[in-house]
Design a protein around this ligand. Structure first.
Ligand code: FPP
Ligand code: MG
Length: 307
């Protein structure tokens, strides 16, 4: 299957990715908005909502909804987990942007959380979102057997902690300004900092729907490949894109002397490697036939995206 453009439908499959993403984004936005009303103490809820509702591709929740449907489940079964994934992703970006980490002023086209509120509130907004994500799954998920829910919560906990995002971020920060970073270290950073949450997004939807172990393995391989491709494209866009297009500062990797895929391979080879990973990801899910059309199209979207 070929999706020629990340936003237009593929003539080859007639799968209308643009409409699919828009519909799912709308569902996710509405659910996120409902999930977190402002109550006392208002400031922290406002800070949490400021970043949570700042837009974004909503790729992680959409992947979770897609794999739940692929494995025979429903959107409503997966919506609380989908929202939780976005809460976790958002909190990781709030903390990533803090002065103690990447010290960034813009995210999703808006001032970063600590710039609008303050550092202490931004740290607490991240903490609040992380805790609320797990509460939200446990309290709001309906019509899913408790053993599946426990598996999802465990998988997510692993993906965000030292075995996942936190571990990737700590090695990333440690390598900043270091010239002789090995390719294996770079792979470690991205497998943990970026791919771990994408993997949890893909796999959790399928767990909720009761997918077999073999299918979970296939989806895990799919998600690891798109996770790495996603990061390679991110690194390329940091060099080739503009602040207006990305909604965040560009050229940061060079300024911070970060070792990235383009610094190893150059831009063209990085793009080729990303494309190869996308093909690999798609080959993992062909066995699901038409049920995998959203996953195939989303894989293509990862390399075609401009933000
Ligand atoms: C963006 O990377 C940052 C991440 C993908 C994750 C960062 C992880 C943390 C701050 C740990 C969070 C804590 C928990 C408990 C999950 P980037 O800086 O390469 O990309 P950017 O250009 O979008 O900032
Ligand atoms: Mg950053």
């Amino acid at each position: 299957m070929v999706v020629t453009d990340g936003t237009h439908f593929s003539k080859a499959t007639q799968f209308d990715l643009r409409t699919y993403l828009a519909t799912r984004q709308e569902q996710v936005e509405a659910a996120l908005d409902r999930s977190l009303p402002v109550v006392y103490p208002e400031q922290i809820y406002e800070a949490m909502r400021y970043s949570l509702l700042a837009g974004g591709k909503r790729l992680r929740p959409i992947l979770c909804l897609a794999t739940c449907e692929l494995a025979g489940g429903t959107i409503s079964m997966a919506l609380p987990t989908a929202c939780a994934l976005e809460m976790i992703h958002t909190m990781s970006l709030i903390h990533d942007d803090l002065p103690a980490m990447d010290n960034d002023d813009y995210r999703r086209g808006k001032l970063t959380n600590h710039k609008v509120f303050n550092e202490a509130v931004a740290i607490l907004a991240g903490d609040g979102l992380l805790a609320f994500a797990f509460e939200h799954i446990a309290v709001e998920t309906k019509d899913v057997a408790p053993d599946r829910l426990v598996k999802v919560i465990a998988r997510l906990g692993r993906a965000v902690g030292a075995a996942g995002l936190v571990g990737g971020q700590v090695v990333d920060l440690h390598c900043e300004g270091v010239c002789d970073v090995k390719k294996e270290t770079l792979d470690f950073i991205h497998a943990h900092k970026t791919a771990a949450l994408l993997e949890a997004s893909v796999v959790s939807g399928a767990i909720l729907a009761g997918a077999s172990e073999a299918d979970l393995q296939r989806l895990t391989r799919y998600s690891q490949a798109i996770g790495l491709a996603f990061q390679i494209v991110d690194d390329v866009l940091d060099i080739t894109s503009t602040q207006e297009e990305l909604g965040k500062s560009v050229g940061k990797d060079l300024r911070a002397q970060k070792v990235t895929y383009p610094s190893f391979w150059g831009i063209d080879e990085s793009k080729r490697q990303a494309q190869q990973l996308v093909e690999q990801a798609k080959s993992e899910v062909t066995v699901f036939g038409d049920r995998a059309l959203p996953l195939m199209a989303i894989a293509d979207f990862i390399t075609a995206r401009t933000n």
